[in-house]
Design a binder for this molecule. Structure first.
Ligand code: ADP
Length: 198
């Protein structure tokens, strides 16, 4: 199973991604996690990305495409994968198409978690409050200013991917406002229906 998870910050990509990797035994490829690891390790990519990420802006397409290109060469992606946070621009989606075509593989689906913008801010505020209460470190970009930028970036640069994948017949739209187990069921049913239709 090869999936892309699409949705704004706070849409539930992390939660649903966890369930999908467990259920299908696939690997999660999160560019956000990979970039945060690079920042922490102070690699050349990390040093470039650090301030951009903290502001809530997007890192350049070249950087993330190179990261994903390398990652897709690792043996653990053979059983399938879920891309979380990539692609985030049409240029990234086109690059992904090329990378997959080179490997002779294709995506099974692009799962889009649809949520009301008004709910996102609240969800993230709750997440920050819960993490603070547990004494966990807060991400550098989990503050109102950077969050606004992340939402703006999503709206202007990532939301067009919905039409991009719809035109290819790859899009599976799911109501991300429903309770977590219902979202999970909707994704499963949607994936099953797509498989049956092939
Ligand atoms: P979110 O919770 O906003 O979905 P992520 O953990 O996926 O966040 O990403 C955090 C930050 O990492 C983004 O705001 C951006 O700066 C950078 N980033 C992650 N993936 C990409 C990408 N595909 N293209 C450009 N920048 C990215």
């Amino acid at each position: 199973m090869r999936l892309v998870l699409l949705g704004p910050p706070g849409a539930g990509k992390g939660t649903q991604g966890d369930r999908l990797i467990e259920r299908h035994g696939i690997t999660r490829l999160s560019t956000g996690d990979m970039l945060r690891a690079a920042v922490k390790a102070e690699t050349p990519v990390g040093l470039k990305a650090k301030d951009i990420m903290a502001r809530g802006d997007l890192v350049s397409d070249d950087i993330v495409i190179a990261i994903i290109d390398d990652r897709l060469k690792e043996p653990d992606v053979k059983n399938g994968f879920i891309l979380d946070g990539f692609p985030r621009t049409v240029a990234q989606a086109e690059a992904l198409d090329r990378l997959l075509a080179q490997k002779g593989i294709r995506l099974d689906a692009v799962v889009e978690l649809k949520v009301d913008e008004g709910a996102l801010l609240k969800r993230i505020e709750t997440r920050i409050a819960e993490m603070t209460a547990r004494g966990e470190a807060i991400r550098a970009d989990d503050n109102p200013e950077a969050l606004k930028k992340r939402l703006d970036a999503y709206r202007s640069q990532t939301a067009p991917l919905s039409a991009y994948y719809k035109a290819k017949g790859d899009l599976l739209e799911v109501d991300g406002m429903a309770p977590i187990p219902s979202v999970e069921t909707a994704i499963d049913e949607g994936l099953k229906a797509r498989k049956a239709a092939v």
